[in-house]
Design a protein around this ligand. Sequence first.
Ligand SMILES: Nc1ncnc2c1ncn2[C@@H]1O[C@H](COP(=O)(O)OP(=O)(O)OP(=O)(O)O)[C@@H](O)[C@H]1O
Ligand SMILES: [Mg+2]
Length: 268
Amino acid sequence: MPLLCFASPKGGVGKTTLAANVADALRRSGRRVLAIDTDPQNTLRLHFGVPLSDSAGFMADLPKRPDWRMAVRQTASGVLLLTHGAMELRGALGLNAALERDPELLAAPLRAMLADPGLLVIADTPPGPSHALAIMAPMAALVVTILQAEAISAALIPDIDSGRFLGSGTMAALYAGRLRVVLNEVDLASRLSRAAADAVARHLGPRLLGAVTRDETLAEALASQRLVMDLAPESRASEDIREIAQAIEAALPSAPDATFPLAGWGAR
Ligand SMILES: Nc1ncnc2c1ncn2[C@@H]1O[C@H](COP(=O)(O)OP(=O)(O)OP(=O)(O)O)[C@@H](O)[C@H]1O
Ligand SMILES: [Mg+2]
């Protein structure tokens, strides 16, 4: 049922890496998980072992209104996957225009996915604002925003606070309540990284779900097209990702103490 959107105002901060590996961690803890790639970079699939040459995808076909059930791939991890599909510039611009004209192209299949009570849907999004994020944010139980533990993150805090990065005015205020943050690439050996992490943690309080260390095993896992818990289950990164998955479980509306009066608001 719940939708988690992995997003960030900034590119290259670890959205795709964390979306894939958190999906795997939640699957390992017993959830049925569907991961959907809404970024034309089409890279989420690489974490799940889909060959580079396999360029077919669900999002690329959206204007033809494909049946998402037929497009779902079963991956070795057990996570179900909807790839984006490879697109040239013209195709990507065309898809953007189609989503702007007709948001139901994506909203309708997503509603069908979310109607399955046992399914947790994790969406990877392109960096910054996108039509896909604008369509999904109102349906999301949580928007998991990735920030790097570096100086620039402090400058992004006002955007996170106001929810501005998800829209403006009342819409931003509505989404802001569902916004959670994960700090990525924390380097405990770096004074600056530690200071940035401390500042962000103090400011965000309970909106901070957790932090992931800078750990090359995450990049190595991607290079070998595997998930980090498969490649290096005892690594620091694996440990951090398991903790993030637990924090997400605790923050989801189905958890006993969590109250999310607005969850699913836009989907009705
Ligand atoms: N905690 C980490 N430690 C070390 N390397 C990391 C970590 N997180 C991500 N990386 C590496 O950083 C690079 C960017 O990660 P990723 O592609 O997940 O970012 P992204 O936010 O999805 O980028 P984009 O905005 O282009 O979609 C990758 O090479 C990835 O392996
Ligand atoms: Mg990405």
